[in-house]
Ligand binder design. Structure first.
Ligand SMILES: *Cc1c(COP(=O)(O)O)cnc(C)c1O
Length: 476
């Protein structure tokens, strides 16, 4: 028994695998957004006994075809609007396969993968207006990107040496600010980095869910007076709830005055800087000390691919490198392992390298801008209908709304929307999720999808209204 294969067998299995993906691609536009597994199927996948004996590769690929591929999360569908999950660019899927075959560790070293990763990092720096000599690294996603950026912040902002002493040599507890819409991964990072989440202070937002800068100033002053040490603002360039972009330039002023690190969480929204409708809202992003972005969202590469950029490459290296500075060879390209937590690392850069070139930055400008226009279309449709109410229309591609037929009482709406969402998710024709805004349950549709058309948005509202009427019928 061997894991190895003859080139011919590999070729035949590979063709079959590509055929399966091509069939899936063909069925995407008209199929349901997602299909639910039966309880039996779930159990079968979870509790299959440890396979003692060998299985034939052909049979395993067919089992993928029958038991796994038909039950996806749904994000390749044009009618999937949940969270911030985009479809994968088909070329990116093939790149993922090529990268697996290449099977290099991007810990570093003198192989083509290293130069490709540096190449795509340089492109990402240019997109957000960072200099080419800034530091950067590809990571698994926005959460790891936030953790990495905030780890560098900790390294720089501690009075003592965080690497030897942790936080034990600090004169006062350090405080980090984010808006009350800031992503949960910022809190996770603050907890993991040892600050304690009581030192993550949530700044209130304005009526468009952007950080209120005068409240930020007031919080910094109050915390200083209370003997705490403000060290960082983790601003959002596109919140997950509504796509709000904090006033980055004003926040950069505050950070410059008070000696705070500016981290910008642009996991969803940073690349919205490419869209003509919103480019102006990013003024100041280039002043950030660190930025996270998530190519597996709006740049459409297959999951996973996130990125941390740090203005001062040296700070990123000093946070993670175990190579003492006197041993660093400045002639050789340093290993990525010196710039992040991972040692062995996947070749995430290849799918980005291929996808970015396939569509070009001009192509991204158009596709991101188109998603924003589609969100405007959805918002217009909601305004025109008397059975829906628009709750938040952020500058990017997220719409928050409620099913609110004229006869429904305001107090019944949370329950009504929760129940109709459950029905719609079960049926799977469209897929979206909800969130809470100002203590109300709202439906939330995020469009990061080069396949979505206006007709899909009409279908979304009709499907929701239909489920809403049925749920109401049950109630009365
Ligand atoms: C998606 C997202 C994250 C987390 O990124 P993952 O890739 O899911 O780890 C963080 N912040 C924002 C604003 C996001 O949209």
């Amino acid at each position: 028994m061997t894991l190895d294969m003859s080139p011919e067998e590999f070729r035949q299995l590979g063709y079959r695998a590509v055929d399966l993906l091509a069939e899936q691609l063909a069925s995407v536009p008209n199929g349901p957004a997602r299909r639910m597994l039966t309880e039996e199927q779930r159990q079968a996948l979870m509790y299959q006994p440890l396979p003692e004996q060998a299985h034939s590769p052909e049979a395993l690929i067919e089992r993928c075809a029958s038991d796994i591929l038909p039950y996806p999360m749904g994000n390749n569908s044009p009618r999937f609007f949940a969270w911030v999950n985009s479809p994968a660019a088909p070329l990116g899927i093939l790149a993922e396969m090529l990268a697996a075959g290449f099977n290099a560790s991007l810990a570093g070293g003198d192989h083509a993968g290293t130069y490709v990763e540096h190449g795509v990092l340089n492109w990402l720096k240019e997109i957000v207006g960072f200099p080419t000599d800034a530091g950067g690294i590809l990571v698994s996603g926005g959460s790891m990107a936030n953790l990495t950026g905030l780890a560098v912040m900790r390294h720089v902002q501690t009075e003592g040496n965080a690497r030897t002493d942790g936080l034990t040599n600090e004169s006062a507890p350090m405080v980090v600010y984010t808006s009350d819409q800031g992503h949960s991964s910022i809190q996770k990072a603050i907890e993991l980095l040892g600050f304690g989440n009581k030192h993550l202070h949530r700044v209130p937002v304005d009526d468009q869910f952007r950080m209120d800068v005068s409240a930020l100033r007031a919080a910094i002053t109050a915390d200083q007076a209370a003997g705490l040490r403000p060290v960082c603002v983790a601003a959002s360039a596109g919140t997950v709830n509504t796509g709000a972009i904090d006033p980055l330039d004003e926040i950069a002023d505050v950070c410059a005055e008070a000696g705070l690190w500016l981290h910008v969480d642009g996991a969803y929204g940073a690349v919205g800087i490419l869209a003509e409708q919103t480019a102006g809202l990013y003024r100041g992003i280039e002043r950030a000390d660190s930025i996270s972005l998530d190519p597996h969202k709006w740049l459409y590469v297959p999951i996973e691919c996130g990125c941390t950029l740090v203005r001062k490459a040296q700070a990123l290296r000093d946070t993670f490198s175990l190579v003492p500075s006197y041993l660093r060879d400045d002639r050789a390209l340093p290993w990525f392992a010196e710039f992040g937590f991972q040692q062995t690392r996947g070749f995430r850069a290849l799918k980005l390298w291929m996808t970015i070139q396939q569509i070009g930055i001009q192509g991204y400008r158009e596709s991101i801008s188109r998603d924003i226009s589609l969100a405007r279309y959805l918002q217009e449709r909601i305004r025109q209908r008397d059975d829906f109410e628009l709750c938040a229309a952020g500058p990017l591609s997220i719409t928050c709304f409620r099913y609110h037929p004229p006869q429904a009482s305001a107090s019944s709406l949370d329950d009504l929307n929760r129940r109709l969402l459950e029905v719609v998710q079960q049926e799977g024709q469209v897929f979206l999720t909800s969130t809470t805004l100002r203590d109300e349950v709202v439906l939330r549709a995020c469009i990061v999808n080069f396949r979505t058309m206006e007709a899909d948005l009409d279908f979304l509202l009709d499907t929701l209204a239909d489920a809403g009427r049925r749920v109401q019928g049950d109630q009365s």
